[in-house]
Design a protein around this ligand. Structure first.
Ligand code: MTE
Length: 322
């Protein structure tokens, strides 16, 4: 990822912003077995440095069942899920959110639901937590930077909330907004992105049964660095679509702006479906580094969820609509 350089405020050296491209560049000057040995050593060292975690509270008094949708692949250890993060509101290094996101206040918390719906309302997070049955979904998460994890989320289908709000016939897209609170989110004091972070989905993507609003992981409430108290999870899209710490959901007629597309439109599109055949302008998307593994594995179309979601994009040019 990279940041949008602006004329005001401090600029951040690109090495702080783009760990993956620099990693790729480093690999390009090395060859053969030496690449794997050296890269593996760098990865191990880096992850040891990120070992501090913020303990997650229990999902108090809430029960959840194991959902029917999910993978039985090996799950990424909790310590990696909570110490290797992208949450630029808390810094641009992978270890920053785990160290600093304790400043985020997740209670009280409300989610404003507005726009093209029959039932606009402001939902308190503790009310929202009890509206729908919670279930566990073990999903692959593939970051556009070419690393991936397998995470046991706890949440409910976004479709359940959409239906409750009674969208009008004009509601074609969903626009999500993260909290804007520079006093709690120190990264928002720097012009790395246009704050607050915003994301969007087409309505049929939001209604797809795989699309989850997560409130927890590994059976506990979401740790702050993972997007507490409510985040989106869209497993067939690059991780940046999975917006964290949501305070607003707006139903709109036109395709809404999205943070990374605003920042670098030639690098990050609206759809952002995982696609091994379309490289990022600065690195390949053909393979990925599963956190905890040494050898890169092949990236699968739609992150392995093609059977469930490819039909959403029938007839679309997925190179043009990246
Ligand atoms: N949401 C907000 N508000 N801010 C962010 O910086 N980063 C995105 C996404 N959601 C981000 C965000 C990116 S780039 C990724 S890969 C995932 O969160 C990372 O989720 P994780 O840290 O829980 O693995």
């Amino acid at each position: 990822m990279r940041h949008r350089r602006t004329s005001i405020g401090p600029t951040i050296p690109s090495r702080e912003i783009s760990p993956e491209p620099s990693y790729v560049a480093r690999r390009q000057v090395m060859t053969g077995a030496a690449v794997f040995a050296a890269a593996g050593a760098v990865e191990l060292g880096a992850r040891r440095a990120f070992s501090a975690t913020v303990p997650a509270p229990d999902l108090a008094a809430l029960t959840y069942r194991k959902g029917p949708l999910g993978t039985d692949e090996a799950q990424t250890p909790l310590k990696d899920v909570t110490s290797y993060n992208n949450f630029y509101e808390f810094g641009t290094d992978k270890g920053d959110p785990g160290q600093t996101a304790h400043t985020l206040k997740v209670r009280p918390w409300t989610v404003t639901c507005e726009g093209e719906i029959g039932k606009p309302q402001v939902l308190d997070i503790d009310t929202l937590l009890k509206l729908f049955p919670l279930e566990e979904r073990v999903y692959r998460l593939r970051c556009v930077e070419a690393w991936s994890m397998v995470i046991p989320w706890v949440g409910f289908p976004l479709a359940s909330l959409i239906k409750k709000l009674e969208p009008t016939s004009k509601a074609k897209f969903l626009a999500f907004t993260t909290l804007h609170a520079p006093d709690q989110m120190p990264g928002q004091r720097r012009p790395v992105l246009d704050w607050p972070y915003v994301e969007g989905l087409r309505m049929d993507e939001g209604l797809h049964p795989l699309t989850l609003l997560a409130v927890g992981l590994y059976g506990k409430s979401l740790p702050n660095q993972c997007g507490a108290p409510l985040r989106l999870v869209v497993p067939w899209k690059y991780g940046y679509k999975s917006i964290k710490s949501i305070v607003k959901l707006r139903f709109v007629e036109k395709q809404p702006p999205t943070s990374w597309n605003l920042s670098a439109p030639n690098e990050y599109g609206f759809y952002s479906n995982v696609n091994p055949d379309v490289d990022h302008p600065r690195w390949s998307q053909a393979r990925e580094r599963r956190i905890g593994e040494f050898i890169r594995r092949k990236t699968l179309p739609f992150n392995g969820y093609a059977d469930q979601v490819a039909s959403l994009y029938a007839g679309m040019d997925l190179r043009a609509n990246y």
